[in-house]
Ligand binder design. Structure first.
Ligand SMILES: N[C@H](CCC(=O)O)C(=O)O
Length: 261
């Protein structure tokens, strides 16, 4: 079983980490498209072109069987196109976990942190409309320009990141938000900073484990035997913070190298 995973940079490693907990007997190729990051401040068309180029690369070079779009922004811009054009692949995307947030909230006030592109997308709007019948809730949507790049630089705990978040989170805190959807795969990496501002009782929703579970079940339906070793290669198109990779994946045995796409 060969699995391709991609994101604009380090964020998708939060999804990869969940996959590493459940998947065996597979080779995983992770693309951090840092030469084109951030995706969240680019046009739909640019994101779609990159998503297509990366998928072609993974298919031609590594003959992947499954593709995980470990990025909410690329999922909103390109998932339909990828499914239509690469029909031989299992394609799994990443969407903001609004449903688990609705099921979790007691105050009925939910915060959504995501990139500007994700929040502007039709796909996001459709998701919100679809879920609105479950329960009446107030959504506090906040686009976070610049935040993914702070994380790429390794600024997880710095004062600049704290101040950035404080400006966006204080209004949520004042509105009695008890659940926040981390609608960008980079944001679980700053969970601690978010908790410092919102308090330890805040529930933060991320979807890595659900994606990993779905990958395993679709793979097994296709005959995958989940016993054996796992090999991971991280490829990056531009510069990348190596310390961050080690911190996120906790020094798992992985190969890291640059690639041209
Ligand atoms: N990690 C990506 C986007 C970060 C970026 O703006 O590049 C996401 O889930 O939306």
């Amino acid at each position: 079983m060969k699995v391709g995973v991609f994101d604009s940079g380090l964020g998708g490693l939060t999804v990869l980490k969940s996959i590493l907990k459940v998947l065996k007997n597979a080779e995983i190729f992770y693309i951090a498209d840092t030469a084109y990051a951030p995706y969240g401040e680019k046009s739909n068309n640019e994101i779609l072109k990159r998503s297509e180029a990366i998928t072609k690369y993974l298919l031609d070079k590594y003959k992947i069987d499954a593709l995980i779009v470990a990025c909410n922004t690329a999922t909103s811009a390109a998932i339909k196109h990828l499914r239509d054009n690469f029909s031989s692949l299992i394609v799994i995307g990443t969407e903001p976990g609004i449903k688990p947030a609705i099921l979790n909230t007691k105050s009925s006030n939910i915060g959504i942190l995501a990139t500007p592109s994700t929040l502007k997308s039709d796909k996001y709007q459709l998701l919100v409309n679809d879920l609105s019948s479950i329960k009446k809730v107030n959504l506090f949507e906040q686009a976070c320009p610049g935040l993914a790049m702070q994380i790429e630089k390794g600024e997880i705990n710095t004062l600049t990141t704290y101040k950035m978040l404080e400006k966006w989170l204080i209004p949520m805190k004042e509105a009695n938000v008890d659940t926040i959807v981390l609608g960008c795969t980079h944001y679980p990496l700053i969970s601690q900073t978010i908790k410092k501002i919102m308090g330890e009782n805040i529930t933060l929703i991320q979807t890595g484990d659900a994606i990993a579970k779905r990958l395993l079940s679709l793979s097994e339906e296709n005959g995958h035997q989940n016993i054996g070793d796992l090999k991971v290669t991280v490829l990056h198109t531009g510069l990348i913070n190596l310390d961050m990779i080690e911190n996120i994946l906790e020094n798992k045995n992985i190969e890291i190298r640059k690639c041209e796409i």
